[in-house]
Unconditional design. Structure first.
Length: 364
């Protein structure tokens, strides 16, 4: 069987976060709006993205979150149109409508032959163009999601990012002759800079294993490293993310800025479990269209900064970026805002953040 694919290169595209809602892309002439990016994505043997929302008709939830996201079934047509055949579900919103909402998502993905991984301790093993590849999704506790589980827990939920579980799957792939792809929902939201814990962890793993990291969650672009022929894309930014509104009253919760709308396609060619070449193609999601965006210079700049992640100026700059973006995205924190937070969801989310922070420190 291997001889059939001798000298064949597998071409795979990685995309950032996807959050599509009825008031955004779905309500437009989306086939026409996405036609150019569709043509580009049809060139790949495999297209992989982070699906940030459950696909469900549920309207009520007990999950304690500051904002609850969901998409309706129309998003499936868009995924198929864009040749997205594989999605990561390990993120902080997939359980916004509980395990029922997550199961609704699983059901509709399976009905439409879209593969998934990153929940219920599910990895995804495939053979594409003769390459044996294994996908693993993990969501970091610091992203403040719900329903986290680890490999030892025999129950449904979101695969949590911790050193032990990541090394376990990498070691297993190595022994079973699979090339590993790690899809990490992690990092500091709204910062263009990965933190030192992330960088140190990746450099540690690169000494022992072969892998690609497909990073997301920051909702802005971060840099890329190549360490011992391992490719680490810390955060791709938003591939296609509509403005976030309340599911209850359609009130604007998060406004997408220029930084949030900028992203890139990470294109990787693999042969014999080795990266032959890789490149980025800049894109921007604006006015319900995904258009080309020449941002290679910015990606290179951000990539060069990573080597200074242990410097004090780097940490200070990261905090400035986070604060600036939050001010742009969120409502002003005045007395009226404080009163609005005196409810079950907000108080529960506040308590949950402390619990997740404690787990995050233990996992790293």
């Amino acid at each position: 069987m291997k001889e059939k694919y001798e000298d064949v290169i597998m071409k795979i595209a990685f995309l950032g976060d996807i959050g599509i809602f009825p008031w955004g892309l779905i309500g437009t002439d989306w086939k026409n709006n996405l036609y150019e990016i569709k043509k580009k994505l049809m060139e790949y043997d495999l297209v992989v993205a982070n699906l940030e929302t459950p696909i469900t008709n549920l309207n009520r939830t007990i999950e304690c979150k500051g904002i609850h996201l969901k998409s309706d079934s129309n998003v499936i047509d868009i995924l198929k149109y864009l040749n997205i055949k594989v999605v990561n579900l390990a993120n902080n919103h997939i359980c916004d409508y509980g395990l029922r909402g997550m199961q609704d998502t699983i059901d509709i993905l399976e009905q439409n032959n879209i593969k998934y991984f990153g929940i219920n301790n599910k990895s995804l093993k495939m053979e594409v163009c003769g390459e044996r590849i294994s996908f693993h999704g993990f969501s970091c506790f610091s992203t403040n999601g719900t329903r986290y589980i680890n490999l030892k827990q025999n129950r449904n939920g979101v695969c949590s990012l911790n050193k032990k579980d990541v090394e376990t799957v990498l070691f297993k792939d190595l022994n079973e002759d699979y090339y590993s792809i790690l899809s990490f929902h992690w990092g500091d939201e709204y910062s263009n800079l990965p933190n030192q814990k992330q960088v140190d962890f990746m450099h540690e793993l690169a000494l022992k294993y072969k892998f690609i990291v497909h990073g997301h969650h920051a909702h802005v672009m971060q840099g890329i490293e190549s360490v011992k022929n391992n490719l680490i894309a810390y955060n791709l930014g938003n591939f296609c993310f509509d403005e976030c509104r309340s599911q209850v009253n359609s009130k604007l919760k998060i406004k997408q800025t220029e930084e949030n709308q900028e992203s890139y396609i990470l294109s990787v060619e693999i042969m014999d479990k080795q990266i032959v070449t890789w490149s980025t193609e800049g894109i921007k999601y604006k006015n319900n269209r995904i258009i080309p965006n020449n941002n290679n210079e910015k990606i290179n700049y951000l990539s060069n900064l990573i080597k200074d992640c242990d410097k004090e100026w780097y940490k200070e700059e990261s905090q400035k970026l986070i604060s600036k973006q939050r001010c742009n995205n969120c409502a002003k924190h005045n007395f009226k805002w404080l009163i609005s937070k005196m409810n079950y969801y907000s108080i529960g989310a506040f308590i949950l953040s402390y619990i997740n922070d404690s787990k995050y420190k233990k996992s790293f």
